[in-house]
Design a protein around this ligand. Structure first.
Ligand code: SAH
Ligand code: DHB
Ligand code: MG
Length: 224
């Protein structure tokens, strides 16, 4: 098995189940043209978080790591009128590109972009009484996943879902010689979340157009 096969299979199902559209394509193109890293979720992952948002009946969604707003568009499309995605982005340039992409997709009335570091913005949101968020998508700097996960749980309700991207990193998490901050972040998240009675969770390894990585999916089972 190799990357070419993974790409072909992703395209096979993608064409069938969720062919791309102008707004999503334009978001990717404008992001690339502006020099943003090309690390948005794959289309099937976008559809997955859309489905999870719809399953929870989401009216409020939290995202950490906006980039150019590609995943934000998938999430915002799952919302009923009056719903909102609050999305946190550290880089002002990324936030500006995202804002234009979200505007072009006709979703700016459903998206609230907060520019700042997740570790600053999430406590602020908590202090404002934001939430409870029905779905949270954690996809920013990986070293801070444990803290982002804790804030997401605190701003959840029983029945909320929390998705954490990039938890496998090509298998690096089980390589004892690998001590990169992102890998250590995922390991600490695993330890802490495993002991957290507020949630049940699992992790799925994925292959596809983004290579070999994975997602953790948590269900909040207590009233935080
Ligand atoms: N969710 C996006 C991809 C996000 S990439 C999508 O799928 O389309 C990760 C993003 O997290 C980058 O834009 C990066 O600038 C941002 N980021 C990095 N460190 C951060 C921090 N401390 N707080 C908030 N965002 C951060
Ligand atoms: C990287 C970050 C991501 O969120 C992702 O999905 C893939 C790669 C990265 O920083 O390399
Ligand atoms: Mg990611």
């Amino acid at each position: 098995m190799n990357q070419d096969v993974w790409n072909a299979v992703d395209h096979h199902f993608g064409e069938a189940f969720h062919p791309s559209d102008d707004a999503l394509e334009a978001a990717l193109q404008a992001s690339a043209a502006a020099g943003l890293p090309q690390i948005a979720v794959a289309p099937n992952q976008g559809r997955l978080i859309e489905i999870l948002a719809r399953l929870t009946g989401a009216k409020k969604i939290l995202e950490v790591g906006t980039l150019g707003g590609y995943s934000t568009i998938w999430l915002a499309r799952a919302l009923p009128p009056g719903g909102v995605v609050v999305t946190v982005e550290y880089e002002p340039k990324h936030a500006r590109v995202a804002s234009a992409n979200i505007d072009r997709a006709g979703l700016s009335n459903r998206v609230d972009i907060r520019v700042g570091a997740g570790l600053d913005v999430l406590p602020k949101l908590h202090g404002e009484g934001a939430g409870p968020f029905d779905l949270s998508f954690i996809d920013a700097d990986k070293a801070n996943i444990p803290a982002y996960f804790d804030w997401a749980v605190r701003m959840s309700r029983r029945g909320s879902v929390i998705v954490v991207d990039n938890v496998t990193r090509g298998g690096a998490i089980v390589d004892p010689a690998n001590h990169q901050p992102d890998v250590e972040g995922v390991r600490r998240f695993t330890e802490v979340a495993a002991r957290d009675d507020r949630v049940i969770l699992t992790a799925l390894q994925t292959v596809g157009v983004k290579g070999y990585d994975g997602l953790a999916i948590a269900l909040v089972v207590a009233d935080p």
